[in-house]
Design a protein around this ligand. Structure first.
Ligand SMILES: Cc1ncc(COP(=O)(O)O)c(C=O)c1O
Length: 364
């Protein structure tokens, strides 16, 4: 079976984990501090705060920025559901906006229509490893005095106008879930260039205090702490990030070359201002469900695109508008196997199966 995505784990993970186990310090400690520091360097941000996952990272950022009851936050219709759920759990209402046909990211042209006196923030998502148009989003946010929290869960290694994502807004959130560009199993990282935001995130995630081992609490906090076990895996993953990124880029390049002559297969466009990382290699086809089923029979894993928020059963009745671009992209999108561990031979085999599918369809 070729999985749609799997992490790339090696001896270095075991070495790092052994160090932590032998130290007996499993909870958040020195290794987490080192991982945070290295991640802040990568993201070109002054502060990085490790949290249990990106969903709570978004929640923490919203709470720290004072977004809650009665407020509205603009999010793209096309994203993993955690973007909107974090807003709801913070007490605010997500207001969804349609996406750009080419990049699948929130379309800045549609944002201002959604802004009213209750709007407090925008959460752009860097979907599938391509940056949202941060230049335009920042202009809109400034004009309307809104916070920007980047959902960079899928944005590790991604740059916009030469600058890593996660440092464009007031804060950013990255995910280290098992399928992400680097993983710690579960895990997330908040990034910011604002010292006060950084301190308040640390306080909220750490039971209302900045240090462990003290039991007089000035604030009512939560426990969204990391562990040094996760940091060990994260450090090992970071040490091979360049390899992971180049393998992911090689994957897409090879798929593109091998499928170039198929008029029925389209690859998304990359904004020239963005240095993207194809976290997933995606294609647009007429019938992604049928192609996915065909590949499944050949033991090749694929994934349909994220289901539009406005169609989610749990949000029935929340929004009345139409979101034609998200609908269209969902109806045609398929994510191909995209792991850094894929071999060239596997990609050749996958492309042969894709060709076979279209040949069978063409038969009279
Ligand atoms: C766009 C987006 N936002 C948020 C999340 C939530 O991340 P986590 O699983 O670390 O909570 C994900 C995870 O898949 C995601 O893809």
């Amino acid at each position: 079976m070729i999985p749609q995505i799997e992490p790339w784990l090696d001896e270095e993970v075991l070495r790092q984990l052994t160090e932590v186990v032998e130290s007996t310090w499993l909870i958040e400690g020195e290794k987490t501090r080192l991982f945070e520091q290295k991640f802040a360097d990568l993201a070109q941000c002054q502060h990085a705060i490790a949290v249990s996952n990106a969903t709570v990272g978004l929640y923490v950022c919203l709470k720290v920025l004072g977004v809650g009851e009665g407020d509205q936050v603009i999010v793209p219709d096309f994203t993993f559901i955690a973007t909107a759920n974090s807003v709801i759990w913070a007490g605010a209402k997500p207001v969804i906006a349609d996406i750009d046909e080419k990049t699948f990211n929130i379309d800045p042209a549609g944002i201002e229509d959604k802004i009213n006196e209750r709007t407090r923030a925008i959460i752009p998502v860097h979907i599938y490893g391509q940056s949202a148009d941060m230049e335009s989003i920042k202009v809109i946010a400034k004009r309307h005095d809104l916070f920007v929290i980047e959902d960079a869960a899928q944005g590790i290694g991604v740059k916009f106008l030469g600058r890593h994502v996660g440092g464009w807004g007031d804060a950013g959130c990255f995910s280290f879930y098992g399928n992400k560009t680097i993983t710690t199993g579960q895990g997330g990282m908040i990034t910011t260039n604002d010292e006060a935001i950084s301190r308040d995130c640390l306080i909220l995630k750490n039971h209302g205090r900045t240090e462990k081992g003290t039991f007089v609490h000035q604030h009512i906090g939560y426990n969204f702490c990391f562990t040094d076990l996760q940091a060990a895996v994260g450090l090992a993953q970071l040490s091979k990030l360049d390899d992971i990124l180049s393998k992911k880029r090689r994957n897409r390049q090879l798929y593109k070359e091998l499928l170039a002559d198929l008029e029925t297969v389209h690859f998304p466009t990359v904004d020239p201002r963005c240095e993207d990382v194809p976290w997933f290699t995606n294609i647009l086809v007429n019938d992604p469900h049928a192609l996915g089923e065909h590949l499944k029979v050949a033991d090749i894993g694929t994934r349909r695109f994220f289901y539009p928020l406005h169609r989610q059963p749990c949000y029935r009745g929340w929004w009345q508008d139409e979101f034609p671009v998200t609908d269209r992209i969902y109806q045609h999108g398929l994510s191909l196997p995209s792991s850094a561990t894929l071999t060239e031979d596997q990609i050749i085999l996958i492309c042969q199966e894709i060709r076979k599918f279209f040949r069978m369809r063409e038969k009279p």
